[in-house]
Design a protein around this ligand. Structure first.
Ligand SMILES: Cc1ncc(COP(=O)(O)O)c(C=O)c1O
Length: 414
């Protein structure tokens, strides 16, 4: 196997069910990352299995210009969940959908400059990679011309203690304005920067960002790959802030682990795309099988009240993690919303906050040996933030088990 991003994990799953994955010997591991932050319904959910079986036997894949019932039904269902963004295109992956969003922004604004956060992750393909600053910029030649980054506000590790996020945002845009050639197209943002270390944008920030975009005639693209479909306690994270972006991108959680993404936008932007002949013609655009899955995922998320469930269970899980924090000084911060939480490891030896990468790695490795899969992201100065994002259908007993396993791993490492 070709390595594509670090080492493979020393656990070989043979099957998965609900919140667990099992190896051939039957050893089970509790999945606290929902696969790749996607499986919000847990693994092999019976209704999704039935949907895939039925779609594969009825309407699987079509000529890209043919529209069919499951695709239009999903588009309508999505439009109802996000008033103001009634125009929908369905694609396969997050990176691909961000490509489409950025292309749309360039086409309708006539600009090409794209701004993102310095801790962002939007995908591995061209324009998405150009707007990804968390990792992977070195070694591949030039990024897209007109790519800019500003720092995301970090309450735990402020760049300039005592400086408000408003002042930081104003300062960042003053710098961008200096560098801009006057052709801004879009700002692309995650409402909670996940790979960047579960950095939450404070309430009010998205509204301020939207205003900055409007002042400059650029579009706000919100990438809700990980935050969409209930994970943060709202159907979409931006709904907490009452902000409707110009373009919203969904992926990971929309297919609950199967490859499905969506671009949602306004009537006005859709009309401008028509006038300018938007081209984003792909093999799997508006494919029926994944659309059937997305429709079922949305139905389950709404029917089973999974956003509310994420809010309630997430608050309890956060309490449990805070209890752990009170026992171990090297847990510097517990943060996040709903069932998208982060635990930042610190090393306070010498009285100074230093990265604790080795410690966070040791805890994660030990947790896996004990039967818990969690994920560490390296985030700027921090060195180690454990991301905790179990399926939204996780039970209280499974969360308790996860906390016990994490506590045991910490005890062993300590
Ligand atoms: C916020 C966000 N956007 C986009 C992507 C890219 O999605 P994909 O890997 O499906 O291309 C990711 C992947 O981790 C992500 O976290």
């Amino acid at each position: 196997m070709l390595k594509f991003g670090g080492d493979f994990v020393p656990f070989v799953p043979a099957r998965a069910e609900g919140s667990f994955v099992y190896d051939e010997a039957g050893r089970r591991v509790l999945d606290f990352t929902s696969g790749q932050m996607s499986a919000i319904l847990g693994h092999c959910h019976p209704e999704i299995v039935a949907t895939v079986r039925s779609a594969a036997g009825t309407l699987d894949h079509l000529f890209s210009s043919m529209l069919c019932r499951p695709v239009v039904d999903l588009a309508e269902a999505l439009a109802i969940t996000m008033p103001g963004l009634p125009r929908v295109m369905l694609l396969s992956t997050g990176g691909e959908a961000n490509e489409a969003a950025i292309k749309i922004a360039k086409l309708v604004t006539g600009g090409w400059e794209v701004i993102g956060f310095a801790q962002s992750w939007h995908g591995m393909t061209g324009a998405a990679a150009s707007a990804t600053y968390k990792a992977g910029r070195r070694g591949y030649g030039p990024a897209a011309v007109g790519s800019f980054a500003i720092p995301a506000p970090n309450a735990f590790r402020p760049r300039f203690p005592g400086v408000s996020w408003q002042a930081e945002l104003n300062d960042a845009f003053a710098l961008v304005d200096r560098q801009s050639t006057g052709n801004p197209a879009a700002f692309i943002a995650e409402p909670i920067l996940s790979s960047g270390g579960i950095i939450e944008l404070p309430e009010g920030y998205l509204r301020a960002l939207k205003a900055k975009c409007e002042e400059r005639g650029m579009l706000l693209i919100l990438d809700e790959a990980q935050t969409g479909l209930g994970r943060t306690g709202h159907m979409y994270a931006c709904q907490r802030d009452g902000v409707v972006p110009d373009i919203m991108v969904l992926s990971k959680t929309l297919g609950a682990g199967l490859p499905l993404s969506a671009v949602l936008t306004t009537d006005a932007i859709s009309t401008a795309c028509d006038e300018r002949d938007l081209l984003f013609y792909t093999t799997h655009v508006n494919d029926p099988l994944p659309a059937s899955v997305g429709l079922k995922v949305l139905e389950i998320v709404e029917r089973d009240g999974l956003a509310e469930r994420a809010a309630v269970l997430g608050a309890r899980l956060k309490d449990g993690l805070r209890a752990l924090q009170s026992r171990y000084r090297w847990i510097g911060d517990v943060r996040g919303r709903g069932l998208l939480l982060g635990l930042e490891f610190i090393d306070e030896e010498g009285g100074e906050r230093r990265s604790a990468a080795a410690l966070s790695d040791a805890v994660t490795d030990r947790a896996l040996e004990l039967g818990l899969s969690a994920n560490i992201v390296r985030a700027g100065a921090s060195g180690g933030v454990m991301r905790i994002a179990p399926p939204l259908l996780v039970t209280q007993a499974e969360l308790d088990l996860g906390l016990e396993l994490l506590a045991a791993a910490m005890r062993d490492v300590a």
